[in-house]
Each structure stands twice: as structure tokens, then as C-alpha cells.
Ligand binder design. Structure first.
Ligand code: ARG
Length: 702
């Protein structure tokens, strides 16, 4: 004979909507009818009494939500995990429920303070008792789950709630006898839905629609084959009946105003223990260390937000606030996630922020062999622009050829292990690739607390001062260019045809002539229109002096391409006197190397255009080596390509009339990139002007 099923309920003597702690309560303060509530509660009480035993806990004045006994705690056998309410409005219920449980001989387990958990409202046993589904995201903390697993000796599966209307797991999730599950998938994140689908076979999943969900159809009490709920559409009722359940509807509208229905109003206090099953949880944890202007630079917020947004939870173990303006702060944070997979996603973002494994958490990096040439193992770590180190054989090894969007390949030499960034297509058999996120750290400079992460200036956008601001930017860039030239450094320019169309060609040519440019990267088009202008005075058929379209001018550039093709190359065109001025001419004359990368829309192309994209990328990367500064002039594609190849620490100046391009390129989370939203021709003319002034000053001084 099995023991009778028992429930705990609490009469609505003091029930009311007194405050707002969930979206259902909004606009409902003191709007529920006590007499109707009593009537509805009694009906429910009756129905349940027909199928089980109901115990009652004494309602307490001042705790209107005590009727929702599902939130008293979570019971398994003789153990109960007492709730720790998230909202102060309900915390006063805790001692009353605690003494009731104690009076009934339960062993009461209490979570540490600040680890909220709202009992059976957020934790539901599989009705076969195989595991516990536990919700988090609004009222209960993920960190409560391992403790519950331990105390109740069960497997806990964590589900993340995403829709604040379904703030407790039991508002959108109801395991039924026979392994069925009634639930509202849209209330959960993708990972949780996958977990549900892995555990509950498709034929046992009864996914409900929104109209049923908002009527709290999932907030049902299931006793053997009966399902007691507020309201169900005909469709849902038919589906439940088709698989053998008897549906009993009983209106609970007065309680819906507080965000609860039949399941919330009851707590099942007989949950049989399956002694053959034991505690496990998929929850994975790691401790990270962060240093820098954690508060001033907003790093701490970003890290903690990122953990929570990624579906994890955190505990700040240590926080040392820097005492002076310049002193960095330090923090140690324990990060938990419902699974290793989710933790890896969170960790990869934290690593990008500069979080490093806490020293006691330093682990060997994980590596897998390249499975086939040009292919990485599935879980490969994707590199960033930041200097990176990986832990190999117990030491941190610096990664070479740092760039974005590569993998990290490891080989072993007599001098020890070598790690380098490699594009996946370049991976070779015999190499190992870093996978996962263990044993990886990126090193970030501690940013000056006074400076903003991105300095963006916008021309013509913000009143009269903006014109002056572009001038200020030009002054700064001019100073840097001058500085790099004096030091014998390297400036690489990427430029689009807009440079020529806007009349900037002559200025770029003069920068090259005067030794400010050490390499030029672009597409077919910049060279084509530069040469068109040099030979015919037009750019895409527009007369560059008059600013008007020339008759038949749209064919000019094809004539020009043809002429260069006849010469064999741009250099030969210069040699033979066919090309006598312009950007490309200056490159040839001053031995400034250039790469022209082809594209689908190229006319011609010029003989110099590299149409093998992989070869073009390699040549770009080659010319970028050792660059001190990259000047990106109105070419979104070439500039983004270059940005990906360039490690942090290289100054980047991006000039474009389109603010979106500037934001995309200058948002590298570092101080080294400057964005200028302006006309590129105008920018170049101001720049050349400024450089001349600087040079004159230098000459008079020396
Ligand atoms: N007003 C209560 C709250 O927001 C309703 C609780 C409903 N209980 C439940 N198990 N879903 O806490």
C-alpha cells in the first residue's frame, strides 16, 4: 500500500494584492475581492481533498502571499529546503513556514543569506522521481542548485527563465505522471529548451500556446491522472484527455491578480525518495581574477552583466578597491553556469575582457589535434586582437602572430612549445589547436581611468564645435604621423576610391611623396580611379576640377585600364612615362609597396590586382607586419579586413563619412583607435596642411 498523497495549503484569510513583485500584480493593488478569493480557494481545497490529504498552515496577518504555499520550501522525503525569498515583501513568511515544517518533524535546510530560492515554485520533480527540474533567472539563484542537489541527494537540472511573466518555474512548466511534460517553451532560453528536449521524448512533451500560458495552464496540480487548473483551451483539454488525463478546471481569477494559480496555492509534502539515485548537477564553476579600473572603466559591470546575460551566476569572492585615482582595483569572482558548455561561452567573453583564471584555478589548456588539413576541432578557441597566453605543460606561453578570428595552433620544438595564431585554412596535420576556454588569458593594458574607451568625433553633427573637433583630430593624427616618420616607423594606409572621388588623391600622393606612408592596401578601384584622374582628369567620369560629369566620361576608366594592361603593370606604365602622377605613381617612384585585392565588381582588372583572395589576404598580412599605425580611408571592406589582421597596440585611425563604419572599426575596446566621421577628401587636405605647418616649425627650430 502506498502512503496517501498530502498537500499543504494556507487559507486566504489575509490574502490581498498589497505590493507589486511580479508583472501580474501591476495595476491590481487592492483590486482582488476577498470574498471571491475565499470562494475560489475553498473550491480548490475541496477538489484536492477529494484526491489527497490537505494539511493547513495558519495564515499570518501581514503576509498576504502566504497562501502560495508552493513557495514555502521544497520537500523530498523528510527533508525540506526552506525558501529564501528574493523580495523583502515575502521574507517574513520564512519563519512561519520554518516552524510548521519543524513541527511536522522535517529536517529543515537553510541556504546561505543572499542565495534566493523560492521552493517548489521554482523546483519541480520529474513525476517519476528521476530528477529535479530547477528554475533560475528571476527569483531563485543558480548557486542554490548545487546545495539542493547535495541536501536532497538528487540530480538537479537547471532551467533558465527568460520571460518575466513566467517568473517561477511552476508558472510555465509542469511535469505530469507517466513522464509527460506540460510546458511553455517560449519562457526558456535555448539551452534550457535543448535540455528539456534531451530528457523528455517528443511524444511526451505537451507544449502549450500563449493563450493557455497566460491563463496559467501550466500552473496545474497533478494527482495521478487528474490535472487541476484554472482554465484550459479546448485544444489543450483534448490533448490532455487524449493521453489519459482528466482535466478539472476551477477558476482562480482572484489569485491570478497576484501571479499565481492552483499549483502555487499548494505544496506537495509527500515526495517519495528514490534511494537508488544520487546527487549530481551539471553546474560548472570557475574562479576568475580581474585587475584594472574595474569601477571607473565599467569593467566590473560589464563582466557581471555578461555572466548573467549568458545564463550564469556569480559570487564576488574578493574585491579590493583601488584607493587612489590611479590605483587599479582587483576582484576575484566565482562564475557558475548550468553546464560546461554554457560556462565556456561565458568564459570566452570574460577572457576577451581580460579576466584571467585565479591562480588556484590555473589549468592546463585543452588541445586537440588538427583533424584534417585546413580544419580546426569543433570547439576551437577563436583568437582576438589582444596579446594572448596559453598554458602549456604548466607554463604560460605567449601566442605569436596575434590577430583576430584565428585559431591558436601549438607545435612542440626542442626549444619548447610554440603557440601561434593561424587561420583555420592554414592549419596542418600534426598541429594541435587550443579548444575550450581553460588555460587561456589575454593581457590588457590598464586603461587610463580618465579616458573614454572610444574617442569618436563627428563632423557636422553636434553644433558649431564639431568642425573644430575634426581639426583637433587632424592635429593629433598629424602629430602622430610626424612622430612615426621621425622614428623610422611604419604607417600603412588602406584606401577606397572615395579618396579619389572626393579630391583627396593629390593629398594622399603628397603624403606618400613625403615619406609618411610605408605601404598602401586597397582594391582595384582606388588604383583605377587614381590613374583615370592622372591620365584624363576625371574620377568615374567626373571632372575633378569642374566637378561636373564629362560627356562619355563613364568609359574613361576602362580606357585607362586598357592602357595599363598594355604596359604590363603600373610600375611599367610609370617607367615608360605613360603614368606621370597620382597616388600609384608616387608609390612606384618612392618604392612604397602596395597590394590591390580584387573583388567581384572589378572592371579590368588592372594587371597588378591580385584576384586570388587568399593570396591577397596573405600579402596584406605581410605588409601589415610591424606597422605602428594604420590609416583607414573610406573603405569599409578593406579596413575591416585589415582590422582583423592587426593586433591590439597598433594605432588605427578610421575616417569615413558613414558613422556606422567608423563605429564598427574604432570600437576595438581600446584607446588606440580613433574614428573620424567626415569627408575623406577634406580630412586629407587638412592633414597635409597641418603636416606642412608642423614641418615648417621643425625647420625654423633646428
Ligand atoms: N505574488 C506571489 C509572488 O510574486 C505569487 C507567487 C506564486 N507562486 C508560485 N509558486 N508561482 O511571489
Amino acid at each position: 500500500m502506498t502512503d496517501p498523497i498530502r498537500f499543504l495549503m494556507c487559507a486566504p484569510d489575509h490574502y490581498d494584492v498589497d505590493y507589486v513583485i511580479n508583472p501580474w500584480m501591476e495595476g491590481n493593488i487592492h483590486k482582488s475581492s476577498r470574498s471571491l478569493a475565499v470562494e475560489q480557494w475553498e473550491k480548490l481545497h475541496h477538489i484536492i481533498k477529494d484526491h489527497a490529504i490537505v494539511e493547513l498552515v495558519k495564515p499570518e496577518q501581514g503576509w498576504p502571499d502566504m497562501v502560495f504555499t508552493a513557495n514555502a520550501g521544497l520537500v523530498l522525503g523528510k527533508d525540506v529546503v526552506l525558501s529564501r525569498f528574493y523580495h523583502p515583501e515575502r521574507q517574513g513568511e520564512e519563519p512561519h513556514f520554518k516552524s510548521w515544517f519543524e513541527s511536522q518533524g522535517f529536517t529543515v535546510h537553510e541556504l546561505p543569506k543572499d542565495v534566493p530560492f523560492e521552493g517548489a515554485g521554482d523546483a519541480l520533480f520529474d513525476r517519476e522521481g528521476r530528477w529535479l527540474w530547477a528554475g533560475y533567472g528571476f527569483r531563485s539563484e543558480l548557486d542554490a542548485h548545487p546545495a539542493i542537489a547535495e541536501w536532497l541527494d538528487v540530480e538537479v537540472l537547471s532551467l533558465r527563465l527568460m520571460d518575466e511573466r513566467f517568473y517561477h518555474l511552476d508558472t510555465c512548466f509542469c511535469p505530469l505522471t507517466g513522464g509527460y511534460l506540460l510546458y511553455y517553451p517560449a519562457a526558456f532560453d535555448g539551452y534550457s529548451n535543448r535540455l528539456i528536449e534531451m530528457r523528455v521524448p517528443a511524444e511526451k512533451r505537451i507544449a502549450i500556446s500563449e493563450p493557455d500560458a497566460v491563463n496559467f495552464a501550466c500552473n496545474a496540480v497533478n494527482i495521478n491522472d487528474i490535472v487541476i487548473l484554472n482554465k484550459a483551451t479546448k485544444e489543450l483539454r483534448d490533448r490532455l484527455e487524449a493521453v489519459g488525463y482528466r482535466v478539472i478546471e476551477t477558476p482562480l481569477t482572484e489569485f491570478l491578480k497576484a501571479g499565481g494559480a492552483s499549483k502555487c496555492l499548494t505544496l506537495r509534502i509527500t515526495e517519495p525518495v528514490r534511494t537508488e539515485l544520487h546527487a549530481t548537477t551539471q553546474i560548472d564553476t570557475r574562479t576568475i581574477h580581474m585587475m584594472g579600473h574595474l569601477l571607473d572603466a565599467g569593467l566590473m559591470n560589464r563582466a557581471l552583466d555578461l555572466i548573467v546575460d549568458g545564463g550564469g551566476s556569480f559570487k564576488v569572492l574578493n574585491f579590493n578597491l583601488g584607493e587612489q585615482r590611479q590605483s587599479p582595483s582587483e576582484a576575484e569572482v566565482k562564475v557558475s553556469a548550468p553546464s560546461a558548455e554554457v560556462l565556456d561561452d561565458i568564459m570566452s567573453q570574460l577572457i576577451d575582457l581580460g579576466a584571467v583564471p585565479a591562480s588556484e584555478d590555473e589549468q592546463e589548456s585543452l588541445r586537440e589535434a588538427v583533424p584534417q588539413p585546413g580544419v580546426a576541432p569543433d570547439d576551437f578557441y577563436v583568437s582576438t586582437i589582444y596579446p594572448t597566453e596559453v598554458r602549456i605543460q604548466g607554463t604560460w606561453v605567449k601566442v605569436q602572430n596575434q590577430r583576430m578570428d584565428g585559431s591558436i595552433a601549438v607545435t612542440y620544438t626542442d626549444q619548447g612549445p610554440v603557440a601561434q595564431c593561424k587561420l583555420i585554412r592554414d592549419l596542418a596535420i600534426g598541429e594541435e589547436v587550443i579548444v575550450g576556454t581553460r588555460g587561456i588569458r589575454t593581457l590588457h593594458k590598464v586603461e587610463n581611468r580618465d579616458q573614454k574607451a572610444s574617442q569618436e568625433f563627428s563632423f557636422m553633427s553636434g553644433g558649431v564645435s564639431s568642425e573644430r573637433r575634426v581639426e583637433l583630430m587632424v592635429e593629433q593624427v598629424a602629430w602622430e604621423l610626424r612622430h612615426v616618420r621621425d622614428q623610422g616607423g611604419k604607417v600603412v594606409v588602406t584606401a577606397g576610391p572615395v579618396v579619389i572621388h572626393t579630391g583627396g588623391g593629390q593629398h594622399l600622393a603628397s603624403l606618400i611623396r613625403e615619406g609618411y606612408v610605408q605601404a598602401l592596401l586597397g582594391g582595384n578601384a582606388i588604383a583605377v580611379h587614381d590613374i583615370e584622374q592622372a591620365m584624363m582628369g576625371t574620377s568615374l567620369g567626373v571632372d575633378m576640377n569642374q566637378g561636373v560629369a564629362v560627356q562619355g566620361g563613364h568609359r574613361h576608366h576602362l580606357k585607362v585600364i586598357n592602357k595599363i594592361r598594355r604596359c604590363g603593370s603600373i610600375a611599367q606604365a610609370v617607367e615608360s612615362g605613360v603614368l606621370t602622377k597620382g597616388v600609384m605613381y608616387e608609390c612606384v617612384r618612392n618604392q612604397v609597396p602596395f597590394v590591390l585585392a580584387g573583388s567581384i565588381r572589378d572592371d579590368g582588372p588592372l594587371p597588378d590586382t591580385e584576384t586570388d583572395m587568399i593570396a591577397a589576404q596573405q600579402q596584406y598580412a605581410e605588409l601589415l607586419k610591424g606597422a605602428d599605425m594604420v590609416l583607414m580611408l573610406s573603405s569599409m571592406l578593406h579596413s575591416i579586413g585589415v582590422g582583423n589582421m592587426t593586433p591590439s597596440g597598433v594605432k588605427m585611425v578610421c575616417v569615413d563619412i558613414n558613422p556606422a563604419v567608423v563605429t564598427k572599426l574604432s570600437d576595438r575596446g581600446s584607446l588606440e583607435s580613433i574614428g573620424v566621421v567626415t569627408d575623406v577628401g577634406l580630412f586629407l587636405s587638412l592633414l597635409v596642411n597641418q603636416l606642412h605647418q608642423l614641418t615648417t616649425v621643425y625647420q625654423t627650430v633646428s
